[in-house]
Design a protein around this ligand. Sequence first.
Ligand code: CA
Length: 219
Amino acid sequence: MRILVVEDDDRVARGLVTALRHAGYDVHRVGTVADAVSAPPVDVVLLDMGLPDGSGLEVLRRLRDSGTAVIAVTARGEERDRVLGLRAGADDYVVKPFGTAELLARIEAVLRRTRKARAEVSDAEAVEVGPLKLDSATRAVSVQGRELALTRKEFDLLALLAARPGQVVSRDLIMDQVWQASYEAPTRTLDTHVAALRGKLGGLVRIETVRGVGYRLVG
Ligand code: CA
């Protein structure tokens, strides 16, 4: 397990790094926002909220949606930092000064929670419709075990249809979800992508046109 310690106080950082290495973690330490956001990916970030070149909140914003667990490290009495940190996506917080035992317990707890959340997400992301298998986590698609090479938009379109097998998905919803509402793509863009997908699916899984409404995936 890799841990990034973001802490500008050398004395505090040294103590943390020693304790975490002793507990068996692979530890990397930085002291600024700039170094924190350019550090290689880790499993857990211990994030001091007060850094010389900015706030820990900037680091939290960059890490959002990355799947990295973050524990905010705040000074006693800085309740505002804790609240803002939790709102910005921190998984937990500790208040300085804290003991090693408390910190290790919190690290283990956030790791357990993020592992569980990841397992649940990947279950939901794997879909099967007849001979079609589609995995949103890896963006892998196969028909009867044969891998298909899809473009990004083809994948997004197929994933949307496969999430509701046998049901009609309207052109409006597809344009909104796959091409985003703000982007005025000509409607023939959708027809072109459907035609390309039909070719790649080879008739083993069909995309039916529901005239004037949209499309339906039939396995
Ligand atoms: Ca600090």
